[in-house]
Ligand binder design. Structure first.
Ligand code: ZN
Length: 252
């Protein structure tokens, strides 16, 4: 295999801007997880799960109707996530955070791979599959008594426990959204990585940055609706581009 990194060159002006940046904001999407082998919702629907519509597995109504089925679906996906590891793209972002005065990492992914790579300031727009909350009261629940009952029950109120992810038909967490849009407005460099740039409201974040005249970079193997508008488009997987970007940044 030839070294595919050879063809990647980072524009010198972008390197200079990154070096001078005080606040970098980053949006990541499914692409960076796919590079770690995390299957998408649809891809995870193999075997006995293939026969269900997403509406039967990931809505509040589905949970009320068949909480055990929904809990087991998320157990299965937690298992798939546990088998995956952060890739060089995740690791490069964690390292980039270390060298920036301020760094806001906004993700549409629920797998927690950024945190496992060492990222600290992670804004999760769609929640985290490894976190559990009370269906009735919404509070995050870290521990519950061992039980054979599925889903387990909330130790505070006895309600059913559910994954802390945003289901179809649910609104995104307000605080995370607010932090994300504020970062897009106030950063001095915005990176959009591995996202199709079609799912709202996340797709608006790079547009907000562009409207402010902020340098915006897209890293994606394939062109998206955003590609023609960004300041720099770096075509390729994040696991190849980001380490080269970091390396270039570290050169004297
Ligand atoms: Zn509760």
């Amino acid at each position: 295999m030839p070294n595919s990194d050879i063809s990647i060159s980072i524009p010198p002006k972008l390197v200079a801007e990154l070096r001078a940046a005080q606040h970098v904001a980053v949006l990541t999407g499914a692409g960076i997880s796919a590079e770690s082998g995390v299957p998408t919702f649809r891809e995870a629907q193999t075997g006995l799960w293939a026969k269900y519509d997403p509406e039967e597995l990931a809505t509040p109504y589905a949970f009320q109707r068949n909480p055990r089925l929904v809990w087991e679906w998320y157990d299965w996906r937690r298992e798939l996530v546990a088998q995956a590891n952060p890739n060089p793209g995740h690791l490069a972002l964690a390292e980039l955070e270390q060298r920036m005065p301020k760094f806001t990492l906004i993700t549409q992914n629920v797998d927690g791979l950024h945190q496992r790579a060492g990222s600290r300031n992670v804004i999760e727009l769609h929640g985290n599959i490894n976190r559990t909350k009370c269906f009735d009261q919404g509070g995050i629940i870290d521990f519950w008594p061992p039980t054979t009952e599925l889903p387990p029950r909330c130790p505070r109120c006895g309600g059913l426990l559910r994954p802390d992810v945003v289901w179809f038909g649910e609104s995104l967490p307000q605080k995370a959204l607010h932090t994300a849009f504020t970062a897009a407005e106030q950063c001095d460099l915005f990176l959009s990585i591995g996202t199709s740039s079609v799912v709202q409201p996340a797709a608006s974040l790079p547009l907000v940055a562009l409207e402010q005249g902020i340098t915006t970079v897209e890293i994606n193997p394939n062109p998206t609706p955003l590609s023609a508008r960004v300041t720099y488009m770096l075509p390729g997987p994040s696991g190849q581009i980001l380490p080269v970007l970091l390396e270039t940044l570290n050169q004297p």
